[in-house]
Design a protein around this ligand. Structure first.
Ligand code: 0PR
Length: 360
């Protein structure tokens, strides 16, 4: 049998050359090396794999520091989806109602739909304002005594917007609901901005923050953080045949590669390297936004390193035809995420291709 692996297919560096819409990136070299070293370990079984288990504690300590958490608690998840599902699970199990609901702005990630489906929770989706941020009054109108959780997004998937987290926290507290912040993508750039997004800025209870996105770790490395370890206890199930007595993760066997690579990347980059990376990415986003505006396209201002612009569908398709890996928002804008692998040269090449297409 022949497979694509028999050909000359290379994962890198070519594979990232034209990838402009992904929220994942090329792992940092130290992250790649650590991932390879811990490939055959399972942090889900700390009795057998104590080293990776200790590394996970380190990962959570640094993630907690990044997110302004005083006493870090949480675990390295498979990604933002798992962290969001688990946060909803905590809120559901804590709520004293048989019909819990979760209130989320329409900018929330589709993983909450999975969470609602799997956990039997009603998902109430409320509109965003003219700047694509959660509309606090709409959230206020949607919550009631059966609201288990309010979701705020710190770095939305489509426009990179940061919701007014302190205000959402205030609304959540009026109905004794938990506040969850989805910083899966934004968590590694927000510390260098003026936004109020984390545990020290607002009464945040749980958070998704993914090393495998802006953190430059290898996939799979997500993060679930909780304000106190008591919240994590909501998730714990007994583990009769393991040395450890309980497990809070959704997955059982997990990849030590993700955990080790997250620690390696954060050791190397937090905070100086991530700051430089953020500044470079934001400059790139601002440059691209200006270049597109000059060409007459309507551009959503990049408040974080993510640009959305209203390229015509035919232009979008033609750019895809030239190999650019781009995707569209629900309302049809082309989105470009300035991840660490996205260089100014790549963006200049993209704009040059755009100019060639428009001439014809
Ligand atoms: N929360 C936010 C805010 C996200 O952007 C994402 C992923 C998640 C949670 C889920 O994270 P995991 O995929 O790690 O479970 N955002 C997508 C992604 O990178 C969105 C996406 C994907 C958008 C591909 C465009 C695209 O072309 O998977």
């Amino acid at each position: 049998m022949t497979t694509v692996l028999d050909g000359d297919m290379q994962a890198e560096p070519q594979a990232f050359d034209r990838v402009l819409s992904s929220m994942c990136t090329k792992p940092h070299p130290v992250a790649r090396e650590a991932a390879e070293r811990f490939l055959a370990t399972n942090p889900g079984d700390p009795g057998s794999y104590p080293t990776i288990s200790a590394l996970e504690d380190e990962a959570i300590a640094v993630l907690g520091e990044i997110a302004g958490l005083e006493e870090s608690a949480g675990y390295v998840a498979s990604g933002g989806t798992e962290a969001n599902i688990q946060a909803v699970r905590i809120a559901r199990d804590r709520a004293e109602t048989s019909q819990p609901n979760v209130v989320m702005p329409e900018s929330g990630h589709f993983s909450f739909r999975k969470a609602a489906d799997v956990l039997g929770v009603e998902l109430r989706i409320v509109p965003t304002d003219d700047d694509h941020r959660a509309d606090v009054e709409a959230v206020r109108a949607a919550v009631d005594d059966e609201t288990a959780m309010v979701v705020g997004v710190a770095g939305t998937t489509e426009y990179g917007r940061v919701d007014p987290i302190p205000e959402l926290g205030e609304v959540a507290s009026t109905v004794d609901a938990l506040l969850h912040v989805d910083a899966a993508w934004g968590g590694f750039v927000l510390p260098f901005t003026r936004y109020e997004w984390n545990f020290s800025h607002a009464p945040v209870d749980t958070m998704a923050i993914d090393p495998h996105k802006m953190g430059q770790a290898a996939v799979p490395a997500g993060g679930l953080l909780v304000r106190s370890s008591a919240l994590l206890d909501e998730l714990a199930v007994d583990t009769p045949y393991l040395e450890s007595t309980s497990q809070a993760t959704l997955t059982g066997t997990r990849s030590g590669a993700g955990v080790a690579s997250a620690v390696a990347a954060m050791d190397e980059l937090w905070p100086t390297g991530y700051r430089r990376q953020y500044e470079r990415a934001q400059h790139n986003a601002d440059w691209l936004a200006e270049a597109l505006e000059k060409r007459g396209y309507e551009v959503v201002e990049p408040t974080l390193p993510l640009v959305a612009a209203d390229l015509p569908r035919s232009t979008f398709e033609a750019l895809r035809g030239r190999g650019w890996r781009i995707s569209r928002t629900a309302t049809d804008e082309t989105r470009i995420v300035c991840m660490p692998h996205v260089t100014r040269k790549m963006l200049a090449g993209f704009v040059a291709d755009l100019d060639r297409l428009e001439v014809r």
